[in-house]
Design a protein around this ligand. Structure first.
Ligand SMILES: Nc1ncnc2c1ncn2[C@@H]1O[C@H](COP(=O)(O)OP(=O)(O)OP(=O)(O)O)[C@@H](O)[C@H]1O
Ligand SMILES: [Mg+2]
Length: 260
C-alpha cells in the first residue's frame, strides 16, 4: 500500500483467499476479499453460518495466517496480533482461574494499580457488571460472561476492535442497551470497529457500512453504505429498504418476501 493509502485506510484487505484443510482436503473458505476501512469507521458483517466471518476477523487480528492476498493494519502487513488491535470472541474466552476484575484488567499491566482499578470499574459499570468484580467466570451467566468479555475488549482501548457476535447471548433489552453504549464508546474513543452479527437490524443500526457475504466460500456480495440519519431510524422507510435488500441476498428464492 502507498503511504497515502496507509493514512487513508487503517485496515486494507486486497484479494484475500483462505483455504483450510478439512477432512484432508483443501477447502476454499474466503474468496477474493477486498475491504478498505477508514479510521473511526464502524463496519458490520453479515453472512451465513460457516461463510468465514470469524476467520476473516482472526486474519485481520493476526491470529490466523494467510498466504494469498494482502492484509494490512496501519499500512503494515499483518504478521501477528498487536496491542492496538483487540478482539471480542464469539465464545467469551475468559480465564476461568481469574476473577472478573482480573480478567478485565488483564491487558492493563502498564497502568498503575489505581489507574487499573479505575479503568476496570469504569468498564464493568458500563456493561452492568458492578458488584461482580470478585466473581469467577463460572459464577456468571452466559450473557454476563459475554459482557465481561466486551468490557475486557474495551478496557484495553484498542484503536481497532474486532467483535465477533458479541451480543449473541444477551437478552433483547440488554442487547439494545449495549448497542447504544458501543456506538457511544466508538464515537467517543474514535475506535475503528468491525462487528460480525447474525442480527440484520443490529448490522444496519450499528454499521456505517454493512458487508454482506455469500455462503462458503465467503465472498463479499455487496458493501452497503448506510445513510447516517434516515438509515438509523429503526422501522423507518430507509431502514426497511436495507433490511429487505439483505434478506433478498439470504433468501434468493424468496425475493418477494415481505419484511415486517
Ligand atoms: N482452524 C480451522 N481449521 C479448519 N477449518 C476451520 C478452522 N476454523 C474454521 N474452519 C472452517 O472454516 C469455515 C468458516 O468458519 P468460520 O468460523 O470462519 O465461519 P463463520 O462465518 O464465523 O460461522 P458462524 O456464523 O457459524 O460463526 C467452516 O467451515 C469451519 O469449519
Ligand atoms: Mg463465527
Amino acid at each position: 500500500m502507498t503511504e497515502n493509502k496507509a493514512i487513508e485506510y487503517i485496515i486494507n484487505v486486497e484479494h484475500l483467499n483462505k483455504q483450510f484443510i478439512i477432512d484432508k482436503q483443501p477447502m476454499d473458505i474466503l474468496k477474493d476479499i477486498n475491504l478498505q476501512i477508514k479510521k473511526g469507521e464502524f463496519i458490520t458483517i453479515v453472512g451465513h453460518s460457516g461463510c468465514g466471518k470469524s476467520t476473516l476477523l482472526k486474519i485481520i487480528c493476526g491470529l490466523v495466517d494467510y498466504k494469498d492476498g494482502i492484509v494490512e493494519r496501519n499500512g503494515h502487513a499483518v504478521a501477528g496480533p498487536g496491542p492496538k488491535c483487540g478482539m471480542v470472541f464469539q465464545d467469551h474466552r475468559l480465564m476461568p482461574w481469574l476473577k472478573i476484575k482480573d480478567n478485565v484488567g488483564f491487558g492493563l499491566k502498564s497502568l498503575s494499580k489505581p489507574e487499573r482499578q479505575e479503568t476496570v470499574k469504569r468498564y464493568l459499570d458500563l456493561v452492568g457488571l458492578s458488584g461482580f468484580e470478585n466473581s469467577y467466570p463460572s459464577q456468571l451467566s452466559g450473557g454476563m460472561s459475554q459482557r465481561a468479555a466486551i468490557a475486557r475488549g474495551l478496557a484495553n482501548k484498542p484503536t481497532i476492535l474486532l467483535l465477533d457476535e458479541p451480543f449473541g447471548a444477551l437478552d433483547a433489552l440488554t442487547r439494545i442497551q449495549m448497542q447504544k453504549e458501543i456506538l457511544r464508546i466508538q464515537k467517543e474513543e474514535k475506535t475503528t470497529m468491525i462487528m460480525v452479527t447474525h442480527d440484520i437490524e443490529e448490522a444496519i443500526y450499528l454499521g456505517n457500512r454493512i458487508v454482506v457475504m455469500s455462503a462458503r466460500p465467503g465472498e463479499i456480495k455487496e458493501i452497503i453504505d448506510v445513510d447516517p440519519v434516515e438509515g438509523k431510524k429503526r422501522n423507518g422507510k430507509r431502514f426497511n429498504e436495507y433490511k429487505q435488500k439483505i434478506y433478498n441476498y439470504f433468501f434468493e428464492n424468496e425475493k418477494e418476501r415481505e419484511v415486517s
